[in-house]
Design a protein around this ligand. Sequence first.
Ligand code: AR6
Length: 182
Amino acid sequence: MDSTRLELHRGDITRFAEHDAATAAIVNAANSSLLGGGGVDGAIHRAGGPSILEECRRLRATTLRAGLPAGDAVATTAGRLPARWVIHTVGPVYSRDDDRSETLASCYRRSLEVARDVGARTVAFPAVSAGVYGWPLRDAARVAVHTVREATGADDPGVDVVTFVLFGDEAFEAFAAELDAH
Ligand code: AR6
């Protein structure tokens, strides 16, 4: 098949609906507890309803007793969201002194692997780590676009469409510039 299409969308990821919700995954910028928070995480749990949190609690009681490490990803149901799965990933907290961009890249790679494992055809990403976790937008966009391009450029790209869903003009412009740059 053709390679994965990369798209941009401005808006709220909880309202972003793919044509076919039955094969759509939405990525959550979560924290290691998986038990909720602010930003995208809060919005996803509010809009998706309690079933997502229930499943996160089950994961914490079974396979993820120590929580989900930064750079990793795990899927749950999407509750009432217009998607079939939420893929929770944990971005690194930005640090000026310590280059954590490999961990940020891993969030995108692992989320795409999980998407492929569950059978998702489309994946919507927020700008992981670019909010509460303080990552400068332009650099967050660079890591996101570069990593997704690289991870989907192989013979078996796995998913058909990856959409970066950006909240606000600054984030949208940063991702648009990065996509145009290559
Ligand atoms: N749709 C799309 N993008 C959004 C939305 C939304 N509804 N809400 C915020 N953004 P953040 P992080 C943007 O803080 O930096 C939580 O408390 C936002 O403007 O959600 O990875 C978690 O529980 C920013 O560009 O995630 C963790 O503790 C981007 O999404 C922590 O925050 C990411 O911002 C994770 O911090």
